[in-house]
Design a protein around this ligand. Structure first.
Ligand code: BTN
Length: 237
């Protein structure tokens, strides 16, 4: 069960780093949650500001079967969206797995893998969600928090337990049919096939029509060329 072992710490560098360094000591499903992270990390090696009031946690997966790491990222994203519904917060996913509400980012996911002797040892899924923490002025147009959306402070650990409950439920349902998870995930995406989007690929901005969306790549039609792109970030046009 995810969360059966739960470690709570007031302050840490990064919950992902903690599990990366100590994964062998803990069982599958271990969760570590911190009040504050001093060196929180986001995707593309960006710093992730993690002050008091936010929900910063990581989950350790030690898959028996050869499940792709991406399965766990999608599972987490879908579970976050579902866990917010009872709060009447309708979230969507910005490809690949950012959680957005009304055009503003509420949560992000950083998945990291550990290989040992060429074999997948563990998958660590780190989740950062703005719950009661203040959104810095310069980010007000781009980011939001649950407190802003719901109109009152929420108990962070109750939010965590709602997410973990959905993750456990989703694991039971989708472990045997990962393609069903992909369908659910795709339905939650803001981006749809046929849409015009702008992407940043290695510092270059490209604009094109989405031909196909996969979990690790997006195929764009740019003028009369079709390009399959991975490691990209969707940006405002
Ligand atoms: C992103 O959107 O770039 C992903 C952000 C992931 C942040 C979380 S907070 C808990 C865990 N520990 C980290 O250092 N990062 C993740």
């Amino acid at each position: 069960m995810i969360g059966e072992k739960l470690i709570r710490v007031p302050i840490i560098g990064s919950t992902n780093d903690f599990l990366k360094e100590n994964w062998k000591l803990f069982p599958h499903g271990t969760v570590i949650v911190a009040d504050v992270q001093t060196t929180g990390r986001g995707r593309f090696n960006r710093a992730w500001y993690s002050p008091e009031g936010g929900l910063w946690f990581s989950v350790l997966f030690k898959p028996r079967k050869n499940m792709r790491p991406n399965f766990y990222t999608k599972l987490s994203a879908v579970s976050i969206v579902r866990s917010l519904r009872p709060l009447k917060v309708e979230a969507k996913l910005k490809w690949p797995n950012d959680v957005y509400v009304d055009g503003k980012k509420l949560a992000g996911i950083l998945t990291e893998t550990i290989f040992e002797e060429d074999r997948l040892g563990a998958i660590i899924v780190g989740i950062g969600m703005n719950v009661n923490n203040e959104i810095p002025k310069e980010l007000e147009k781009k980011a939001t928090s649950l407190k802003l959306l719901v109109g009152e402070e929420l108990e962070r650990l109750s939010v965590l337990s709602m997410i973990l409950r959905e993750m456990n439920r989703a694991l039971r349902v989708y472990s045997r049919k990962p393609e069903a998870l992909t369908r659910v995930w795709k339905n939650m995406l803001i981006q749809k096939e046929g849409q015009l989007i702008c992407v940043n690929v290695g510092g270059e901005t490209l604009k094109g029509e989405i031909v196909q969306i996969d979990d690790e790549s997006i195929t764009l039609r740019i003028q009369d060329k079709t390009m399959r792109l991975s490691s990209l970030e969707i940006v405002d046009c």
